[in-house]
Design a protein around this ligand. Structure first.
Ligand code: F6R
Length: 250
């Protein structure tokens, strides 16, 4: 894993966007894996700014998001489809029909998971997957204990995750109880992975990721076995890692 130390969340977003833009320019028809949550928002803003100022084109790009809530229509303001439309898709020249998220409204959720997995494979797999990380080490909605062999599947959201995400809803009751997520094996098949982390609340999990064993109790720990992972994290998120003077951080 390559660790890049950003001064703050702005620098993290700028460096992440530069990384992604470079890949898009090298391979204009690449398959990008995208994430929601608070962490990538600044990166998406940087991508939008760059597209406006420098004309970077996403016309031939295909995107697959990590996850989607079960039971929310794409037009629901809390769905991840809606989030992606607002935060990125509507502001760049990426054709909407080339953007994929699991369908959380599918009648047969198991079939939907299989369809999503096959769709990714049919596109030749994900070239670059963007990831955030939960404070418990989750990636996508793969909570601690999820099998490293898992492919796209339906998850029951933990109380902690529902509470953490309740900030985007008017009440905890409104937060869906289930979601569809790419599995850990799905994520690991990506050719390159870019994981972002910012904020003090990520300091403990980054420390565990840097120092700990590969263990299903910490889903992100499997990334240590991936041949091409870059982590861009800001100073506060790296506080505990840096205390250990690990990883030849720059
Ligand atoms: C989002 C996702 C989640 C988030 C994680 C961190 O699509 O898959 O794993 O990346 O929960 O969330 P934030 O960025 O809000 O701290």
């Amino acid at each position: 894993m390559k660790w890049i130390h950003a001064k703050d969340s702005h620098e993290m977003s700028r460096l992440a966007a530069e990384f992604m833009i470079q890949e898009v320019k090298k391979q204009p028809s690449m398959v990008l894996g995208l994430a929601t949550g608070g962490t990538p928002v600044g990166t998406y803003q940087e991508l939008i700014r760059d597209a406006r100022e420098n004309g970077t084109s996403y016309k031939a790009i295909t995107t697959f998001n990590l996850d989607e809530y079960v039971g929310l229509a794409g037009t629901h303001p809390n769905s991840y489809r809606y989030f992606m439309q607002q935060q990125l898709f509507e502001h760049i020249d990426l054709p909407i029909e080339q953007t994929y998220l699991p369908n959380g409204e599918a009648k047969d959720l198991m079939a939907e998971c299989q369809r999503y997995e096959e769709l990714i494979a049919r596109h030749g797999g994900i070239d670059l997957q963007l990831l955030g990380i939960g404070t418990n080490g989750h990636i996508g909605f793969n909570e601690p204990g999820t099998s490293f062999q898992s492919t796209t599947h339906v998850v029951t959201l933990t109380k902690d995750t529902r509470e953490a995400n309740a900030r985007f809803f008017t009440s905890l009751e409104e937060v869906p109880t289930h979601a569809i997520t790419m599995g850990i094996a799905t994520i690991m098949k990506s050719k390159r992975i870019l994981l972002l982390a910012s904020g003090e609340e990520k300091a403990d999990i980054l420390y565990q990721l840097a120092l700990g064993e590969v263990d299903e109790k910490v889903p992100a720990s499997i990334l240590k076995q991936h041949p091409d992972v870059t982590i861009i994290a800001d100073t506060v998120a790296l506080r505990r890692v840096k205390e250990q003077e690990l990883c030849g951080l720059r």
